[in-house]
Ligand binder design. Sequence first.
Ligand SMILES: *[C@@H]1O[C@H](CO)[C@@H](O)[C@H](O)[C@H]1NC(C)=O
Ligand SMILES: *[C@@H]1O[C@H](CO)[C@@H](O)[C@H](O)[C@H]1NC(C)=O
Ligand SMILES: *[C@@H]1O[C@H](CO)[C@@H](O)[C@H](O)[C@H]1NC(C)=O
Ligand SMILES: *[C@@H]1O[C@H](CO)[C@@H](O)[C@H](O)[C@H]1NC(C)=O
Length: 402
Amino acid sequence: MKYFTLLSGFILSTFAGIRNVQAEEQDDHPILLLNEDSTFHFEILGGLGQALTGGGDISPILGAAKNVTPGDFDKFTNIFYRLANETKAQALKPSNAYDPINVRDTWFSAASYFRRADSFTHGDWEDPLINHLWEEMLSAFDKAISSLPVPGQRVKIPADNFTVEAIWYSAPSGGKRKKQPTLILGGGYDGAQEDMYHTIVTNALARGCNALTYEGPGQPTVRRNQSLGFIPNWERVLTPTIDWLLANKGAEVDTKRLALYGHSMGGYLAARAGAFEPRVKAILLNGGIFDVHESYLDQSPPVLIDLYKSGQKDAFDETAFSMLSNPNYTLKDAIGRIKVPAWIADAELEGFFLGQPQKVKDALGEKPSLHPFTGTAGYHCQAGVLQELNRAIFAWLHKTLG
Ligand SMILES: *[C@@H]1O[C@H](CO)[C@@H](O)[C@H](O)[C@H]1NC(C)=O
Ligand SMILES: *[C@@H]1O[C@H](CO)[C@@H](O)[C@H](O)[C@H]1NC(C)=O
Ligand SMILES: *[C@@H]1O[C@H](CO)[C@@H](O)[C@H](O)[C@H]1NC(C)=O
Ligand SMILES: *[C@@H]1O[C@H](CO)[C@@H](O)[C@H](O)[C@H]1NC(C)=O
């Protein structure tokens, strides 16, 4: 295994909010450990969570979990790659492909397994496997959303000098052309908008809301297709996205009930961009992140800080490096502009961003509602408790926007 792959894994695990890379004790976890490597534990748990909304079957994921060796990133990739291939073969069988429900479930599962396979490949962006897995993933996912009752629509939104990658999902209106509440959903460092379908979109659609997921510079498809790293001034991504939404889907969007959600490091991105966007009527941050750079320096072990300070870019995932080395990922100057109600998730087992939700709450004064997630719900971004997460989100939106 390559050194930088390991480091990349470390960066991922820190973003995933897990405190150590290897061999934590079962006692440190509120649930059954799925791998002694807590990075793998978290990733497998995320995969299981997506099974709840059609992104996998339980036993194949647990079967994969049984076979991955702690710390062996290549093996992790291979096992999920094989599972994705096998599931894709099922989807392609004519005896299954006659039925839109088979098509949807099987391709959603294959797409989800391709994303798990991609999780620990980012140490070397020259590795062709990264693009190969992603093309497979996008193709599988697009087949799945095309067989939804109202097909999802992949859109490319021009921004100043890049293209936002987005997917639009109309609420099933039952024949009524009525304006519906709408969620704009953004991910963080390494989660894809296709993950967001399973995390929030299915729940939004079931409750009669529209959803738009989007990715900007640094995020999976934009990083791969346009070779662009993160930018701190995320309003450059959000504003053209909302322009597109209102110009193209205005007939379906209830503009008084337009909410913005940021997942993981997207908690920073959404707060920053939302501060410049008067069209957004409520902001949800999971979790709240006041300053990315500061939390990084606070939480990382000395060996990584030394490496980072010495500027050894190659040893880091360069995407992570360029973002973490930039002090401008802070809400310091922007947060005062947020005038709408805000909901902030505060996860008890958060590693990387521990303490940041409270800082965001304090800076916002009276407006925010801080929602603690504890015990088995305490992992970063509520991995494994997506029902509880969605209950909390939609109850707050109901109370706040009606
Ligand atoms: C998955 O299938 C591709 C062909 O599409 C093949 O090249 C690759 O080796 C397979 N990977 C695994 C782990 O089975
Ligand atoms: C982005 O990549 C996917 C998969 O490789 C491809 O299907 C799509 O056309 C690409 N889009 C652009 C704008 O390059
Ligand atoms: C895009 O434009 C911004 C200024 O608006 C500039 O800082 C950035 O370097 C440009 N990026 C590319 C890829 O051209
Ligand atoms: C941070 O922002 C300031 C002011 O906009 C700019 O001058 C500086 O170059 C930025 N730093 C980095 C590392 O991009």
